[in-house]
Write a protein that binds this ligand. Sequence first.
Ligand SMILES: [Fe+2]
Ligand SMILES: [Fe+2]
Length: 308
Amino acid sequence: MSSQKMTEPTTIFGHTLDARQSRSKRGREGRRSYSARKAKGPYAGITRIESYTGFRNDEQSLSANTSIPPTLEEQQAKAEFYLDRFSQFTDYRHRGQNPYLKWLKTNPQLKAAAMNKFFNIWHPVSRHQPQMLLQIAAACPDWKDRYFIMKNYLEEDGMVKQGDDPHYVLLERLIIKLGGKREPDQEAEELVSKFHDSLLQMTAAEAAGILAAIEHPALDISDYFQQITRLCGRSDLTRTDPYLYIHVEVEPKHIIWSHGNALDWMEDEEKQRKEGYTRTDVVNAYTCSMKFWNDFWQIAFRKLGYRQ
Ligand SMILES: [Fe+2]
Ligand SMILES: [Fe+2]
């Protein structure tokens, strides 16, 4: 590796490390001494490159459908465009049409206990999510698909930065902070387990539709959390609690990639011939998985006091 190359910034999941940080990170991983030893030999450059385990830039793995715009605002706009487009395949109502968000905005009387209950209903989804992502990644024959899903998985399991924790652990801490107890809701657990089990037999085309469905309500979910926290008089937590602020930044990207990827699978006729599936396989898997969300949110909001 040339000295010029060594001074270039290295990006890992959007976090820029300068050359010195990158080297010290490698050192912590026990690789620096190996590189330094090999650097004296004839293949020093090659060995240094091979000794560094990093990630490719996002751009290298993205199609036009899945490319992520640079700013959060543009990402939100592209995400909402996809939500509108996929809404034709589901009864689920997103954003301005979402009945639960409309209800929360009418300022219903909620107590801290209701909020704890809501987060405990959400807990099974958070707990199953990393394993479900791994199963979806395993069903994808293309490394580019597995690449993005694995990034999402690593985020979910708190492995991106030092000090991160699995998101279900952050959620449990939030519940305690609110004066509640970790008591995952059994009805929600059964529903999520059933959905998780259904992922054992998906085809690659179905995986694309299922992943889009899993991410489809992400922006609404962030809003549910924000609204419920506000209604319980704890708006301060939306800025200070990692579970509450962490998702605002990442979910537009998840929606863009998962829906853009499903569109790639729906539009690419050569891929359809090669992999032996039809556009309908992707759409049906999406529609079917959205039924899980409809059932789930019906239970969650009924327990919160929502009446149709
Ligand atoms: Fe998460
Ligand atoms: Fe997500």
